[in-house]
Design a binder for this molecule. Structure first.
Ligand code: NAP
Length: 465
């Protein structure tokens, strides 16, 4: 993929970038490693200070960052500003909780001073996607850097200005040279980076293909990895739910970030007793959405990020219709410059259609009818993905079954799936492994070191096995 800035709202190319050559990558990697060797010995208060400063810069310059994101990948500018603020909140949460998160744990083992310590691993490579170009990066970088690691960012090739702005953000906050480094390189550079002994671990947020390739090379080099991959989240609505609230949330959940979110609800599974009412109201509200310029505050759905994404989505929708699915509304590209797709609702889909099997990355909703809660859960779990799940009911027994039986990294009841610094985030099955955010996210990139000092005998006489 060429490294370039292309405005998805107009299709206009704004800037092209040349990928770094081998010597340039080597120089940056050496600097990142040197920065790690120094950073790991910095007292925790210094690391906390940096995160607070990063948060301040994010907050201060949020409009600039928002416009940058919108221009490169088309998200609504208001949502982009909220994204910059969410990054600031995340940095502050880790700063506020640093002492607690990194405090050694005392173990209760007789005749020993035994404890667990959390030490940094080294330079961590982050392979990141374009859809939340700031949030995906900060939610990895804030805990990793707090723990004493250095961060190396290989961002998606269509958001190079965001990638450079992120490095500049850390510099402006006072980060030491090389602690947060952006590498403008293609994905073909990733295997060599993972093979380099100075790179200790990797995290990837992106497609299944990117995830399995990074995991393969990390595995070959015996390095840990975290994979945050795709999803086809179910959104279950049962008869006791507040239908008005569920419909409103369903529209938001499907069209957030112009439909390009891993945790967007994609399969709407509705109990047959309320299906007709849900469908009628949902279609009406999807049809009423204002599609247009993402810089305009009135716009509710902007363009897709790339032409390739637009073509792929349209091909999936046409395959659904060809396979027997029924088109309720939408189903076409908008006739205007840029990469716009009409909000679309598909129904009566056969189980092997792309909307049932794969991830549709755009404002396209797939409706399914369920006989009862058991049928709804079975349909929800009939997916290779397992990222998030949202379910709507007011019945305690049903809440118990849904939270217990849904196969997903998180289950939200009467709310849409969302990430939050305070709660672990991640998936199972083809949605990946490992967790981000909260204490769990921080623990992914540390050496959980056990220290056991015998009290009874002098150390030199202790049994060593
Ligand atoms: P993508 O094509 O996989 O790209 C993501 C990143 O991986 C980019 O930096 C890309 O670089 C790189 N990449 C692609 N193929 C690679 C390979 N073989 N080896 C190493 N790196 C590779 O995904 P996307 O289209 O940008 O993002 C959309 C996907 O991300 C969706 O599936 C979405 O669900 C998922 N996602 C998941 C989460 C989560 O938290 N679970 C969050 C957001 C998005 P280039 O750009 O240079 O190709």
């Amino acid at each position: 993929m060429p490294i370039q800035t292309l405005n998805p709202a107009t299709g206009e190319k704004l800037e092209s970038f040349t990928a770094l050559n081998e010597e340039q990558v080597e120089a940056k990697l050496a600097r990142a490693h040197k920065a790690f060797l120094d950073w790991r010995d910095q007292p925790l208060r210094e690391r906390v200070k940096l995160l607070r400063k990063v948060a301040d810069v994010l907050e201060r310059d949020r409009r600039t960052y928002a416009e940058l994101m919108t221009q490169e990948m088309g998200k609504l500018v208001g949502a982009a500003e909220a994204e910059a603020m969410k990054c600031a909140t995340c940095c502050r949460w880790y700063a506020d909780n640093a002492e607690k998160l990194l405090a050694p744990e005392i173990l209760d083992i007789e005749n020993e001073d035994a404890s667990v310590h959390f030490q940094p691993l080294g330079v961590v490579l982050a392979v990141m996607p374009w859809n939340f170009p700031f949030w995906q990066v900060l939610r990895f970088a804030a805990p990793a850097i707090l723990a004493g690691n250095a961060a190396l960012l290989k961002h998606a090739s269509n958001v190079p200005r965001c990638a450079n702005a992120l490095e500049a953000l850390f510099k402006a906050a006072g980060a030491p040279d090389g602690l947060f480094t952006t590498l403008l390189v293609g994905s073909d550079a990733v295997p060599a980076l993972l093979a380099d002994p100075r790179v200790a671990a990797a995290t990837v947020t992106g497609s299944e293909a990117a995830g399995s390739s990074v995991a393969e090379h990390a595995g070959r080099n015996l390095k840990p990895s975290v994979l945050e991959l795709g999803g086809s989240d179910p959104f279950i609505v049962l008869p006791s739910a507040n239908i008005e609230a569920a419909v409103k949330a369903a529209v938001t959940a499907r069209t957030i970030n112009n439909g390009q979110s891993c945790i967007a609800a994609k399969r709407f599974i509705v109990h047959e007793d309320i299906y007709a009412e849900f469908e009628q109201k949902f279609v009406q509200q999807m049809q009423a959405l204002i599609v247009g310029d993402p810089m305009d505050a009135r716009t509710q759905v902007g363009p897709l990020a790339t032409k390739q994404g637009l073509d792929e989505l349209d091909a999936q929708v046409q395959a659904c219709i060809k396979g027997g699915g029924k088109l309720r509304i939408g189903g076409k590209k908008l006739k205007r410059p840029g990469f716009y797709y009409t909000p679309t609702v598909l129904a009566e889909l056969p189980p092997n259609s792309p909307a049932a099997r794969d991830e549709l990355f755009g404002p396209v909703a797939a409706l399914f009818k369920a006989r009862d809660i058991g049928d709804a859960i079975r349909k929800a779990n009939d997916s290779r993905f397992g990222l998030g799940a949202s379910a709507w009911t007011t019945t305690t027994r049903e809440i118990g079954r849904l939270t217990e039986e849904l196969q997903a990294g998180s289950v939200f009841i009467n709310a849409i799936v969302a990430s939050d610094s305070r709660a672990p985030f991640g998936g199972i099955k083809a949605s990946g492994y490992g967790r981000e955010l909260s204490a769990y996210g921080l623990r992914e990139f540390v050496n959980v070191k056990t220290i056991r000092i015998a009290k009874a005998a002098p150390v030199s006489e202790a049994v060593t096995e």
